[in-house]
Design a protein around this ligand. Structure first.
Ligand SMILES: *Cc1c(COP(=O)(O)O)cnc(C)c1O
Ligand SMILES: [Zn+2]
Length: 446
């Protein structure tokens, strides 16, 4: 195909290719996921990653300021005039020795990539800036997504910033209030379905097909192109070196898929000399990936994934009427849409998968809050998972590890308030009640 960027089916037995002017989100030939691929020779990719640093000097240009688009040669699927940016990706890589001590890592070895600093408060903005740029490129006027919360917040924000209508589908019950408040406040039409996230995900795909709406879930391969830049920024934060490990929470598995693709491409382009390993962390109440990879031995197998293992697993979930359950609502997903891309990422990054219980997640979250920048429960699964991997000895104390803190503390105030007020964990820090009397108050100050 002559275009510099094109879409390609991830199934090697199919391998159908399509131009980027179409919004499809599944291969029309075989139903598998699509990738955005590039003819790199025509893309002006810098010879060294450090050359991207020069964009810091020209950040009055909106695209150079964006933490996504300053790496635009690595995700060049649309023209500059289509690109939408509202200042996403101004995030920081924070070395944190106190959290390192909690997980038994050596000092100077643990880094937290805080994606809560994005405009809508989660990493999702990295993907939405790219997906909405593609939406504008194909002339979409209406969009939709299913969401556990953060996708809806990010979609709503980007949709109104570029004049595209949006409808967000959320499940009933378990959505964090901080997130729902954003979708409503940013003016999205919000439809709450009597069902869980997986039900919403199925409905939204049919709605989009029937009404021709632009779909913004991470099935959308353009979204994942934007999410690759989280890895570029980690490398940037390490002085253009790669860490030994990336630790990421696993929900719909868009991030892990995007990260694997990012590293595969950087290695292919000769921009990095080695690929870090990746640990993907589920919550035990939503551990489809962990079960499939660790127990059922599901793997990428050069693209010949054993579909019968997945079908049997999902049939069993259905037969048991299983609904995932964890306080980490952003990863409360039992049928992850990017499963196969994630298997590929595990293959590329020699990845491992673990599941951690909610009690460990909320304790880790309190530690991140006390010593880091705070985060929502799904993000804290990374630290809980890292603690386990250290205890197993799989990660050594002197390896350099970057954990992706995916969402802001204020996204889910209920979990935080309940943990502290109701003394639910080892690090609860409840308010102390005091009489309205100076002497009594003075006695209380530590
Ligand atoms: C969406 C989300 C996740 C899950 O990411 P996937 O790419 O779907 O695996 C994790 N944490 C937060 C805060 C999220 O918003
Ligand atoms: Zn196909």
């Amino acid at each position: 195909m002559a275009d510099a960027a094109y879409q390609k089916c991830i199934n090697p037995a199919c391998g159908s290719e399509f131009d980027c002017g179409q919004a499809m989100f599944k291969c029309p030939a075989c139903g598998e996921l699509l990738d955005v691929c590039y003819n790199w020779d025509s893309m002006n990719v810098p010879g060294k990653l450090s050359e991207f640093a020069k964009r810091w000097g020209t950040r009055d240009n909106k695209l150079d300021f964006s933490g996504v688009w300053r790496f635009r040669e690595l995700l060049s699927f649309c023209k500059d005039r289509h690109k939408v940016s509202i200042g996403e990706g101004q995030t920081i890589l924070q070395q944190n020795d106190a959290v390192a001590e909690y997980v038994d890592m050596g000092s100077g070895r643990l880094y937290l990539q805080y994606e809560g600093l994005n405009p809508s408060g989660s990493f999702k903005d990295n993907g939405m800036t790219a997906a909405f740029s593609h939406a504008r490129m194909v002339g979409a006027t209406s969009s939709a997504c299913a969401s556990t919360g953060n996708t809806s917040a990010s979609v709503a924000l980007y949709a109104h910033s570029c004049g595209v209508k949006c409808t967000v589908f959320i499940g009933s019950g378990r959505i964090a209030f901080g997130k729902l408040s954003q979708a409503m406040d940013y003016g999205a039409q919000t439809i709450q379905i009597l069902g869980d996230f997986d039900d919403c995900m199925r409905q939204v795909q049919d709605v989009c097909t029937k009404l021709g709406l632009y779909l913004l879930n991470s099935l959308n391969p353009f979204r994942l192109e934007g999410q690759k830049t989280i890895m570029y920024r980690i490398i940037e934060g390490l002085g253009w070196e790669v860490p030994d490990w990336i630790v990421v929470p696993g929900g719909n598995l868009g991030n892990s898929s995007a990260f694997g693709k990012a590293f595969g491409e950087l290695k292919q382009l000769g921009l990095i000399d080695r690929i870090p390993r990746m640990a993907i962390i589920n919550a035990t109440g939503a551990e489809t990936l962990t079960d499939l990879v660790n127990n059922k031995k599901l793997c990428w197998n050069d693209g010949k994934v054993d579909q019968s293992i997945i079908d049997d697993y999902y049939a069993d979930l259905t037969a048991r009427n299983f609904s995932p359950h964890t306080c980490a609502s952003a990863i409360e997903i039992s049928r992850p849409v990017n499963l196969k891309k994630c298997l590929r990422a595990i293959d590329i990054c020699d990845g491992v998968v673990r599941a951690v219980p909610d009690e460990e997640i909320v304790d880790a979250k309190a530690i991140i809050g006390k010593y880091g920048l705070g985060c929502e429960p799904a993000s804290a699964a990374t630290i809980a998972g890292l603690k386990r991997l250290r205890a197993e000895g799989l990660i050594a104390s002197d390896e350099r590890v970057a954990c992706v803190l995916t969402g802001h503390l204020l996204k889910d105030p209920d979990v935080t308030v309940n943990y502290h007020k109701d003394k639910q964990g080892r690090f609860s820090n409840p308010p102390i009640e005091a009489p309205n009397n100076l002497d009594e108050i003075l006695k209380l100050i530590e």
